[in-house]
Ligand binder design. Structure first.
Ligand SMILES: [Zn+2]
Length: 855
């Protein structure tokens, strides 16, 4: 799913590839590769020149074959366009021809194209082609609409495994320790889905899902961690085949754990690549959250086998639908597999993050015309994935699950092995449901932002709701003109007794009649299924707070907290209102709701009260009192048969009383329990490992820092490696902070994790300043090393630095050194700096007064 910085150039449509015959020979020791490709093309008209994509390659030979006639050709690279133009000695007539090219390149060090990776002393080459990096591997027609069959062959050392999209057809001995592995031809594929892996890899035994052989591949010695990934793969595949009513489209499925990888995972047809943390899990020590996340990502990538790989977007402007659909589908699939995980409740955290981003003035619509691949790349964010998924979900709720599924099936059958645009999906959904899907969908994807829905009982003869909608902004200073946007709003209102009322509200205001008697309360976003925020009238708010557990499900309580907190931040409600709500949730049984409360309180702690102030002590004291009782009651240890929900609640409470309140006794106990954990990984309840490792680091010295480094180096699982590596950024002892910064550009911090360590340092009150100085000082080196997608995450994370002077510095620094992929992230970061400062100014005193009252 990631990125690059390619040109605006688009290829002509009159030359179309049908088949690639590719041979690659990577030399892992030398860090280079060479190859040959024959591309069968169809010309709609005669041509004197043919242009295709190529980047960072030397083309050493080129010819065009027409029938038996081989025409020598000159190959000229246009670096700025990422292209190569072939000029044959004679014009090529319309009809069929074959382009024959030989080329050479260096293995990339930046996790894209054909890149070098290591695991210990072992060397590998992997491919990562999305969005537009297949052109760095071979000259090709590198746009999604140019689908073609690939027949791949790879020359490799005898000890190295070679994988690609299709199964192995035969192996050819070449002598001198080399062999050539020939793969079967693939069905038609877009270039961004090409996959090749070379190096010492081991596989699990094959598991069959129907006729499809499924395996997990990993670096040697990690086979004992592969069982969960394999099971999740098979369980997802089965459910997806049933949903789409179409068999899995490829001949085999390899799930490959890649030791250094930019994205979470990549949906290469038949050979899906993952970060190790998302595929290799130790069932004895893995946390629930890590397990859920892995299952969700596996299901997401496998959903792409149909939605994306089999039916492909015609151009990158519909990338959002590819990702939104896969994101939504993954929650659906895992929810069906493990209903007890309540996946849609977890999705509420994602919906909340997307709402927060989409409330900024600097947000963007889900859909925008895309001229270049770089523009598409910039769109890989919460809006594309999570808002997109929430809108897909809202449309499913509106049409009903059966009509929605029938529409998806029509769409799949109609466009299989081809390309499609979003309108094709809306048309299929309209056929299946009889509703005007395009009108509703279009409004939600073309307009930036989302509605704030204000509701109150209407003054009318019978019971009814008065409903108003306006665009919601986090910034209270945005004028009325900009708030005037409207959406076709599928409103779903929950009433006592499990009653649910629906309406499609089109105008700025409407009256929604409610059947039956006047109700004691209502909740205007049942199951949090809509992508909007609600401002209930004051009486209803009070009624809801009084019967939180009885009236609302956990996901609705979570949505209520999120809405109230957003209203406070936007100056549409007093800070007391969210504090009262948090106070009422002190005995909350659900861990997701507690995490939602923690999210709001963490912002008050980090952004509103001053570090080390009396107000901060009062806030933390209240958090410790309000949530400490529940934590003490649960204790640190879990009974053997304790349900997952209780385990997760304990971890959420620890994040509140340890992470936010920093209760000294809790920090000290975390430090003690860490010792036991270091001696025996089963000494901690798995869900406590993450918070305990992080909390102990806060109070740890340089000697402990040294031990974390050792654990990260010799970690037994990818999760452990990640946990200890990222927690290096939580140390506050000055020597330890310097130690972490000293590691950043060295071999101990893999490229895939570098930006994350820096982001954690920004959040560290003792590390933020040093980390920001480091970024400025070593920018050239960081810019080279950090992949573009991660750079924009890094820029996005700067508001954690809090003080307005950093906002000035961040603006000045990135204005002088523009990062085009992070241009929007910079605007968003600066807006957040400003909104946080205003929140501080506006609510500081009211917060202090409220805390005095409860002291
Ligand atoms: Zn995806």
């Amino acid at each position: 799913m990631p990125s690059s910085r390619p040109s605006r150039f688009r290829l002509a449509a009159d030359v179309r590839p049908t088949d690639y015959d590719l041979h690659l020979h990577p030399d892992l020791a030398a860090g280079t590769f060479r190859g040959e490709v024959r591309i069968a093309v169809r010309l709609a008209k005669a041509r004197t020149a043919i242009t295709l994509h190529a980047a960072d390659l030397a083309v050493t030979h080129a010819a065009v074959r027409v029938g038996d006639d081989e025409i020598p050709a000159r190959a000229t690279l246009q670096r700025a366009d990422d292209t190569v133009t072939l000029q044959p000695k004679r014009p090529v007539p319309a009809g069929e021809a074959t382009l024959a090219l030989r080329f050479e390149g260096a293995l990339s060090q930046h996790l894209r194209g054909l890149y070098a990776a290591r695991s210990g002393d072992r060397r590998y080459a992997f491919t990562q082609c999305e969005t537009a990096d297949c052109r760095r591997i071979l000259p090709c027609f590198d746009e999604p609409a140019f689908k073609a069959r690939f027949r791949v062959a790879v020359t490799a050392r005898d000890g190295d495994t070679v994988l690609s999209n299709a199964p192995v057809a035969r192996e050819e001995r070449l002598g001198e320790g080399l062999r050539r592995v020939h793969f079967e031809p693939t069905p038609p594929l877009s270039t961004y889905l090409l996959a090749i892996a070379v190096g010492p890899l081991e596989a699990t035994a094959v598991r069959l899902c129907g006729d499809t052989p499924v395996r997990v591949w990993h670096v040697p010695g990690k086979g004992h961690l592969a069982a969960f990934g394999l099971e999740a793969g098979v369980e997802s595949l089965r459910r997806l085949e049933e949903y789409f009513d179409l068999p899995y489209p490829y001949a085999k499925l390899d799930l490959v754990a890649v030791p250094d990888f930019e994205a979470g995972a990549m949906e290469n047809a038949g050979a899906v690549f993952f970060r190790e943390t998302l595929l290799l899990l130790d069932p004895a020590t893995v946390a629930m959250q890590e397990r859920k996340r892995a299952a969700e990502v596996i299901a997401h990538e496998l959903a792409h086998m149909w939605y994306g790989d089999l039916v492909t977007m015609a151009w990158w402007d519909d990338l959002w639908l590819n990702e939104a659909f896969a994101t939504w589908m993954a929650y659906r699939v895992v929810d069906a597999w493990k209903p007890e995980w309540r996946m849609w409740q977890g999705f509420e955290h994602d919906r909340a993050s997307a709402l927060a981003l989409d409330a900024l003035s600097s947000t963007h619509p889900i859909y925008a015309p895309v001229r270049s691949v770089a523009e598409a790349t910039e769109n890989f964010d919460l809006i594309t994935y999570e808002k997109g998924a929430a809108v897909v979900r809202m449309i499913e709720h509106w049409l009903g699950p059966d009509a929605f599924r029938d529409g998806v099936r029509i769409y799949m059958r109609r466009h299989r092995e081809g390309n499609a645009v979003a309108a094709d999906l809306w048309r299929a959904l309209a056929e299946a449901s009889g509703r005007d899907v395009a009108r509703v969908a279009q409004a939600w994807i073309a307009q930036p932002g989302f509605p704030l829905v204000t509701t109150r009982p209407a003054r009318s003869a019978g019971p009814a709701l008065a409903v108003r909608q306006e665009r919601f902004f986090a910034d209270p200073g945005v004028g009325a003109e900009k708030r005037r946007a409207r959406w076709p709003l599928p409103l779903v209102v929950k009433l006592p007794g499990g009653r649910v009322e629906r309406a499609l509200v089109d105008g700025a205001s409407a009256t929604m009649p409610l059947p039956g008697r006047r109700a004691a309360w209502y909740f205007a976003n049942a199951a949090a299924g809509g992508f909007y925020r609600v401002r209930h009238d004051a009486d209803t708010c009070a009624a809801l707070v009084q019967r939180l557990g009885e009236a609302l499900t956990a996901v609705e309580r979570l949505a209520l907290v999120g809405d109230q907190w957003a209203l406070v931040r936007a100056d549409r409600a007093p800070v007391d209102s969210v504090l009262e709500l948090a106070d009422a949730l002190g005995d909350e049984p659900d861990h997701d709701v507690l995490d939602g409360v923690a999210g709001a309180l963490a912002v008050l702690d980090e952004q509103v009260v001053a570090p080390g102030s009396r107000e901060q002590a009062a806030l933390r004291g209240w958090v410790a009192r309000r949530f400490g009782g529940a934590f003490e009651q649960l204790g640190w240890s879990a009974a053997r048969d304790e349900p997952d929900d209780v385990r997760l609640r304990r971890a959420a409470l620890l994040r509140l009383v340890g992470g936010i309140a920093e209760a000294p006794a809790v920090l000290a106990e975390s430090r003690r329990r860490l010792e036991a954990y270091l001696a025996d990984r089963r000494a901690l309840e798995p869900n406590l490992a993450e918070p305990v490792v992080g909390l102990a680091a806060r109070v740890g010295d340089e000697a402990l820092h040294e031990r974390y480094r050792e654990v990260a180096r010799a970690a037994r699982t990818p999760q452990e490696q990640r946990r200890f590596l990222l927690s290096l950024a939580a140390f506050r002892a000055p020597g330890a902070v310097r130690g972490t910064i000293g590691l950043l550009l060295g071999p101990e911090v893999p490229t895939q994790d570098l930006a994350f360590v820096l982001m954690r340092l920004f959040q560290n009150p003792a590390g933020g300043d040093m980390a920001w100085r480091f970024v400025q000082r070593r920018w050239t080196a960081l810019r080279k090393r950090i992949p573009p997608l991660m750079l924009s995450r890094l820029v996005e994370a700067t508001p954690a630095l809090r003080e307005p002077r950093y906002a000035h510095e961040v603006r000045a620094f990135f204005t002088a050194r523009p990062v085009p992929e992070a241009a929007r992230a910079l605007k968003q970061a600066l807006e957040r700096f400003r909104l946080n400062a205003e929140l501080r100014r506006r609510t500081g005193r009211a917060l202090a007064r409220w805390l005095e009252r409860v002291e």
